[in-house]
Design a protein around this ligand. Sequence first.
Ligand code: IMP
Length: 189
Amino acid sequence: MKLVFATNNQNKLKEVKALIPSQIELLSLSDIGCEEDIPETSPTIEGNAKQKAKYIWEHYGYNCFADDTGLEVEALNGAPGVFSARYAGTAKDANANMKKLLNELDGKENRNAQFKTVIALEIEGKLTTFTGICKGSITVSKKGEGGFGYDPIFLPEEHTETFAELPLSEKNKIGHRGKAIRQLIEYFV
Ligand code: IMP
């Protein structure tokens, strides 16, 4: 079956393609000619995922799923959370976001954080959600070259390497998106 993943983020597509069964033909937004910015105006991660999936179904008529992820930092009452992409401004600059977060946590003892991914799946107009959480902490400086976003400053629980230092296979195994994606896959098998 054809299934649209409502993203053009090549890193995410690569992560998901490595996990999804080959009988599902995964299409990106550019594969279906969707070039516009899909509205993400909900105050919650779950709300944004649902909004994106609904948009593709209503405007393009494809079964699809959308994900929305946030990094929730305990000492910052869950921030940046739903604002993770734009934490340091609308440029969505990963380095600026990390710099701001490290500054906010400067001198704070509690560096606990978690990534949360919500996937909203829209099949013939029926919406289902799956949630994946990865607990960990924020390092004091950036480490590693891999991954994207906040990966260089996120140390997953029970690990000594940041997400940016771990191989993709390990990140998929323990990571928020991998956990949510595996629930999505179980839905189809
Ligand atoms: P999105 O909702 O998936 O676009 O993610 C929102 C923000 O969280 C973006 O700024 C991403 O850089 C960041 N983010 C999402 N997933 C990850 C991840 O796996 N590692 C690090 N940062 C991520």
